[in-house]
Design a protein around this ligand. Structure first.
Ligand code: SF4
Length: 346
């Protein structure tokens, strides 16, 4: 990978190899890479001046070549359910959102992978603003560190389910996941790190070949092609039968079970026809279906399905031998739930 421009995003633009190359250029021994990454990600340093075990000349050279930026919290909202949403300003003035969700001794962070999003999903506030830019690896890791500092506890789980399509920023997202997973970074187990995609098939195939046991979630939202095209126009070229084949291969190649996310929208994807299609899609493959009542997003007109209807879907899937859960979004009162994050919140 050619080196990204460091003048704007600085050191946070680099993946692990990029940091190795930079240190070599500066004539630094290999062990300095580990020290630098620990400062950047395990200790969330905000300035090179804090890095007390690195030589001063090296810190000055780094500051010149690759400035160190850290996002600023411009707003924080706390939900009745204790989840917290943060509006973060990045070094170029871009704004992203991240959500911290505490539960049963765990702290999950739902982080953003892009500023805005180009996928245009019909039920999503972020999609309405289009894509501004993709985030650098360090800008994703910083979101976890900001939430961790605010809660005063370590992050146990990370999900790339905030703003953006992670697989449209594949290399940077993978680099970020590796810093999150690394013992010199946040030391979060790979299975506790989830990437959620709309279903970019080439990237699902690539993800299956990565050595780490990261978890995959796919936004399905309908197993009827016409409905899915309407709800998720950004992936209409990846037809459902090809998506199903890719997920079957993913399960066979990795032995891991992808989850299928299904936001239940009254009158849109909760009809009998939709249920039959979902059963046909999910039966006989390694998967876990999550049924989630859609969150209202102003301007979409979408309403969540009735709880009884969601139960009916769950029972039918269960009878067919498909693993299924009903999930309730956290933080919906602060617009921090899935599909509600938007730059315009500022
Ligand atoms: S749901 Fe995700 S992929 Fe779809 S527009 Fe929103 S942020 Fe993008």
């Amino acid at each position: 990978m050619s080196r990204p421009d460091l003048s704007t995003l600085g050191i946070k633009a680099l993946d692990h190899q990029g940091i190795c190359d930079l240190m070599q250029e500066l004539g630094q021994p290999r062990f300095r890479v580990k020290q630098l990454e620990q400062w950047l990600y395990a200790k969330a340093a905000k300035s090179y001046d804090d890095m007390s075990n690195l030589p001063k000349a090296m810190r000055e050279a780094l500051a010149q070549k690759a400035p160190l930026h850290y996002p600023t919290v411009v707003e924080k909202l706390v939900s009745q359910d204790k989840s917290r949403k943060y509006l973060l300003e990045l070094c170029d003035g871009s704004v992203v959102e991240t959500v911290g969700i505490p539960s049963n001794g765990r702290l999950t962070v739902c982080f953003s992978t892009q500023v805005g999003c180009g996928m245009g999903c019909a039920f999503c506030a972020t999609g309405k603003n289009g894509l501004v830019r993709s985030l650098a690896p360090g800008e994703m890791v910083d979101q976890l560190n900001i939430v961790s500092a605010d809660f005063g506890e370590r992050v146990s789980n990370a999900v790339a389910m905030g703003q953006g399509e992670p697989f449209a920023n594949y290399d940077n997202v993978l680099a970020a996941l590796r810093f999150m997973n690394s013992p010199d970074g946040l030391n979060i187990g790979a299975r506790h790190i989830t990437v959620s995609t709309c279903g970019l098939l080439p990237m699902i195939r690539r993800f299956a070949t990565e050595p780490e046991q990261f978890t995959l979630a796919v936004s399905l939202h309908s197993a009827v092609q016409l409905t899915r095209n309407r709800l998720m126009p950004g992936v209409r070229k990846y037809e459902l039968d090809r998506l199903r084949d890719s997920l079957i291969s993913y399960g066979e190649n990795t032995g891991r079970r992808p989850s299928l996310e299904y936001s239940m929208i009254a009158g849109q994807n909760d009809t009998d026809e939709e249920l039959d299609a979902l059963l046909a899609f999910a039966t006989g493959m390694l998967c876990h279906v999550n049924l989630i009542p859609v969150n209202p997003v102003p301007g979409t007109g979408f309403k969540p399905s009735e709880p009884e209807r969601i139960e009916e879907f769950a029972r039918a899937l269960g009878r067919a031998g498909v693993e299924v859960s009903i999930r309730n979004s956290r933080g919906s009162d602060i617009a921090g739930a899935c599909g509600q994050l938007a730059r315009s919140a500022r």
